[in-house]
Design a protein around this ligand. Structure first.
Ligand code: ZN
Length: 155
């Protein structure tokens, strides 16, 4: 890890701590050359996880795909990021990864990932929750409404 300010490799870790979900560690680093400080985050890479699609096809877990689907849903009606969509998405993705990690399994279905995302979004942002649901179920309003009913009333 080189210093982003001067490129020096003389870096000291001045502080570190795991986040509350324990799947992420941040480290405060100090450059011994220029004395600037910066922060790095360490995530467990979930690409050991096999995702089983509805069709039965298997693929490796992709953080970027998960990120893209949530990011897409967190934009406003006009598709505009008002500045907090990427930060919000990052938080949700980390939370979802924490849940998946705690399953202590080697494979997970797309349905389970979807349910996990929905459970978290329902608490964090009802608007994003609805858009994510629409993203999954298509834009058929009747289908969407019955799904909403299922999530809000039956669960
Ligand atoms: Zn430096």
């Amino acid at each position: 890890m080189d210093c982003p300010f001067c490129g020096s490799s003389q870096i000291m870790v001045s502080n570190s701590r795991p986040n509350s979900k324990r799947n992420k560690i941040w480290r405060r680093r100090k450059c011994l050359e220029c004395n600037n400080t910066f922060t790095t985050y360490e995530n467990i890479n979930l690409n050991y996880l096999t995702v089983i699609k509805k069709s039965g096809k298997k693929e490796r877990f992709s953080r970027i795909k998960l990120y893209a689907s949530i990011y897409h849903s967190s934009l406003d009606k006009k598709g505009v990021d008002r500045g907090d969509a990427s930060l919000f998405t990052e938080k949700i993705v980390s939370e979802v990864e924490g849940v998946l990690l705690n399953l202590r399994r080697k494979s997970v279905s797309t349905g389970e990932i979807k349910e996990t995302v929905l459970k978290i979004l329902r608490k964090r942002s009802p608007d994003t929750f609805l858009r994510y649901l629409a993203y999954w179920e298509g834009v058929d309003q009747r289908k969407l409404l019955s799904s909403v009913r299922r999530y809000f009333i039956e669960k």
